[in-house]
Design a binder for this molecule. Structure first.
Ligand code: NAD
Ligand code: UDP
Length: 321
C-alpha cells in the first residue's frame, strides 16, 4: 500500500485520480484549497479510512508527518476564465506551489509528477505537437500567468532532477473532459453541454474553425498513473490525437442532447490558440498508453452527469452546483 499525496485532488481530474488510487487500496491524502475544486467531487471518499482531505493552499509551505511515496501535483486553476480572473495566484501556484511540492518530494524521497499543459506550446507552429517542440508562447499575454508558470514548473523540476537527483515526472495534458467538469467553469465542453441542456444558444468564440483534441478523463488518469510508475522523466504528451473544430464539437453536442439551441458567435479571446493536437507516439511506445474512449461516447457520459446537476435541472444559468 502506497501513501500518495494528490494536490488539486478535489478538482475535476484530481478527484477521478483519487477514486482510482483509493480503489487500488492506496492511502490518499488530498490537498486542495477549493479555489475551483469542490467537496461535492470527493464527499463519497471522506468516509473511507484510507482517504484524508486537507484544506491548504500549496503557495504556502506544506509538511506532513510520515512517509510519502508519490506526489501527483495537480493543483492549479485550469480554465482560461478561472485563471485569468486570478492571474497572480495562478502564477504562484505553478511556481512557488511547485517549489513547495518539490522540496517535500525531495525530503520524503517521493516521486513527484507535475501536470503541465499543452498550453506550454502556445500558438503552435508545429502541428501536431511533439514533446521536442519548444513552443510559441506570449510571455506577457493574458494567458502567461498559466502557460509561463507551467513552463517554469517544468524547468524547476528539471533543475531539481539534474542537481539533486529528484525523482520527477512531467506530463503535458491536452484538453480533458468528463463528469465533474464544473458547469460554470467556462471551458468549451462545460459551456456547450450546459447551454444545450437549457436550450440556450451555444457560444462559439471567433469563427469556430479553431481546433482542439479532447481526451476523456478516465483515459487521462490511466496515463498519469502509467507515467508515475514508469522510469521516464518526460515531458510526455497525454491527450487524444483526434482533432475537432469547435463547430464540429457544437454540432455533436447538439445532436447528442437533442437540443434546439442556436449558435451565437462571440469575440475570440486574446491569444486563443488556433489549433492543438498531441503527437502521442512517445506515450504509446514507452508507456503503452493510448486513449480508448471516442469523443461521442465520452460526451454521452458527460451529458448524463450534467443532467443530474440541480442548476441544470432548475434551469438556473447563474449558479454553479
Ligand atoms: P480544476 O480546476 O478542476 O482542478 C484544479 C484543482 O486545484 C482544484 O480543486 C483547485 O481548487 C485546486 N487548486 C488550485 N490552486 C490551488 C492552490 N494554490 N492550492 C491548492 N489547491 C489549488 O482543473 P483540472 O482540469 O482538474 O486540472 C487539474 C490539473 O491538470 C491542473 O494543474 C491543470 O493545469 C492541468 N491540466 C488540465 C487540463 C484539462 O483539460 N483539464 C489540460 C492541461 C493541464
Ligand atoms: N470556446 C468557445 N466557446 C465557449 C468556450 C470556449 O468557442 O463557450 C473555444 C475557445 O475560444 C477555445 C476552445 O473553445 O478556442 C477551447 O477553449 P477552452 O476554454 O475549453 O480551453 P483552451 O483549450 O482554450 O484552454
Amino acid at each position: 500500500m502506497k501513501r500518495i499525496l494528490v494536490t488539486g485532488g478535489a478538482g475535476f481530474i484530481g478527484s477521478h485520480l483519487c477514486d482510482v488510487l483509493i480503489e487500488q487500496r492506496n492511502k490518499v491524502i488530498c490537498v486542495d484549497n477549493l479555489a475551483t475544486g469542490h467537496m461535492y467531487h470527493i464527499h463519497h471518499l471522506l468516509k473511507k479510512k484510507n482517504f484524508k482531505f486537507i484544506k491548504h493552499d500549496v503557495i504556502k509551505s506544506f509538511n506532513i508527518r510520515g512517509r510519502i511515496d508519490q506526489i501527483y501535483h495537480l493543483a492549479s486553476r485550469a480554465s482560461p476564465i478561472d485563471y485569468q480572473k486570478f492571474p497572480t495566484a495562478t502564477a504562484l501556484t505553478n511556481s512557488v506551489g511547485t517549489y513547495n511540492m518539490a522540496k517535500l518530494a525531495l525530503k520524503k524521497k517521493a516521486t513527484i509528477l507535475f501536470s503541465s499543459t499543452s498550453e506550454a506550446y502556445g500558438e503552435p507552429k508545429e502541428h501536431p505537437q511533439k514533446e521536442t517542440y519548444w513552443g510559441n508562447v506570449n510571455p506577457v499575454g493574458v494567458r502567461s500567468c498559466y502557460d509561463e508558470s507551467k513552463r517554469f514548473g517544468e524547468a524547476l523540476l528539471m533543475a531539481y532532477h539534474r542537481e539533486m537527483n529528484a525523482d520527477i515526472k512531467i506530463v503535458r495534458i491536452f484538453n480533458t473532459y468528463g463528469p465533474r467538469l464544473r458547469p460554470g467553469d467556462g471551458r468549451v465542453i462545460s459551456n456547450f453541454i450546459r447551454q444545450a441542456l437549457m436550450d440556450e444558444p451555444l457560444t462559439i468564440y471567433g469563427d469556430g474553425k479553431q481546433t482542439r483534441s479532447f481526451c476523456f478523463v478516465d483515459d487521462l488518469v490511466r496515463g498519469l498513473m502509467l507515467m508515475m510508475d514508469s522510469n521516464y522523466v518526460g515531458p510526455k504528451n497525454l491527450g487524444n490525437p483526434k482533432e475537432f473544430t469547435i463547430l464540429q464539437l457544437a454540432s455533436m453536442i447538439r445532436k447528442l442532447t437533442g437540443s434546439k439551441s442556436k449558435l451565437v458567435f462571440k469575440e475570440l479571446p486574446v491569444d486563443d490558440p488556433t489549433k492543438r493536437r498531441p503527437d502521442i507516439s512517445k506515450a504509446r511506445e514507452l508507456l503503452g498508453w493510448k486513449p480508448g474512449i471516442e469523443l461521442e461516447e465520452g460526451l454521452k457520459r458527460t451529458i448524463e452527469w450534467f443532467k443530474i446537476l440541480p442548476m441544470v435541472k432548475n434551469h438556473d444559468s447563474n449558479s454553479d452546483y
